[in-house]
Design a protein around this ligand. Structure first.
Ligand SMILES: C[S@@+](CC[C@H](N)C(=O)[O-])C[C@H]1O[C@@H](n2cnc3c(N)ncnc32)[C@H](O)[C@@H]1O
Length: 276
């Protein structure tokens, strides 16, 4: 389990994150703002299907930036506040994290903002079914998927979410893990990569250079997501401007015509002097 801190502002646990967390949160905020008009069509008085917000790896709702005394909102609070600012709230919120302490802290934090949500504390693979069951298939929903590593995001999770006719997804996958463990993963049978991107063995030549193998794996994974339906899936690999490290893959899957425009908004953000 990751290291935790106590947030002095509320006395509840917080995770410890790298400084780049701000960037993913900025993208999330952008999406929630840009997509407000689409969301409104599914909310009363204009629509009835609903617009739910889903996180399967929510964390505790607050984080400390490593090596600093700075505490920031985690993605559930970022999303909640962004929806409020956009004046187009979500019809319901579904938060899951395998760590019960995180969910207990998040529950208190959302309540202290005057919000209510459905909470789950299960492996994402299990929670996803309960959440899908609770969603109106006629709605326009949005899932933010932010696991620590590839192992926690089996492809079946994406597959199940994509079965809903209008499910947008923003997926952040850390590539530290893949970079560090690439050769070990490639040698594993029935391991992390087989769950994360089933079928990769027939499509990716593990004999190529590490960098090429990683690019091929990303391409293959995006192709697998695209093959789930007609939704456009776009992905980019984000690289730290300061240290040149690969940070994560960011993939956006959208099921409505605004999708491509939203994606352009989300990918082209400028955070802390850095244009990606
Ligand atoms: C990267 S953190 C989430 C950070 C959060 N999205 C944010 O931006 O504030 C990943 C979270 O996934 C949780 N987790 C790990 N394995 C999981 C699993 N199999 N299913 C659900 N949650 C899991 C961890 O407890 C951790 O809180």
């Amino acid at each position: 389990m990751a290291n935790k801190a106590i947030d002095p502002t509320d006395g509840l646990p917080a995770s410890i994150v790298g400084p780049w967390a701000a960037e993913k949160h900025e993208r999330l905020r952008k999406y929630i703002d840009a997509y407000r008009a689409a969301r409104a069509k599914f909310l009363p008085p204009r629509g009835e299907g609903g617009a739910a917000y889903i996180e399967l790896y929510s964390g505790a709702g607050r984080s400390q930036i490593e090596d600093t005394n700075e505490f920031v909102d985690g993605s559930p609070l970022v999303a909640f506040k962004a929806a409020r600012v956009s004046r187009t709230g979500f019809s319901d919120l579904h938060f899951n994290d395998i760590d019960e302490e995180n969910i207990a802290a998040l529950r208190q934090r959302i309540a202290s903002l005057g919000g209510a949500a459905h909470y789950y504390s299960e492996p994402a693979e299990k929670a996803v079914d309960r959440i899908i069951y609770a969603l109106n298939p006629a709605g326009l929903h949005f899932a933010f998927l932010d696991p620590y590593n590839l192992e926690h995001l089996p492809f079946s999770v994406i597959e199940r979410l994509a079965k809903l006719p209008r499910m947008d997804m923003l997926i952040h996958v850390s590539t530290f893990d893949l970079q560090r463990n690439l050769r070990r993963y490639l040698d594993q049978n029935g391991g992390t990569l087989d769950a994360f991107m089933p079928g990769w063995r027939n499509r990716v030549d593990a004999g190529r250079k590490d960098e090429d193998v990683r690019a091929d794996l990303l391409r293959y994974w995006l192709g697998s997501i695209r093959s789930l339906g007609t939704s456009p899936a776009e992905g980019i690999e984000l690289v730290s401007a300061t240290r040149g490290q690969r940070l994560y893959w960011l993939v956006f899957v959208s099921a409505h015509e605004l999708g491509r425009r939203l994606w352009d908004d989300i990918r082209n953000i400028h955070v802390q002097g850095r244009l990606l």
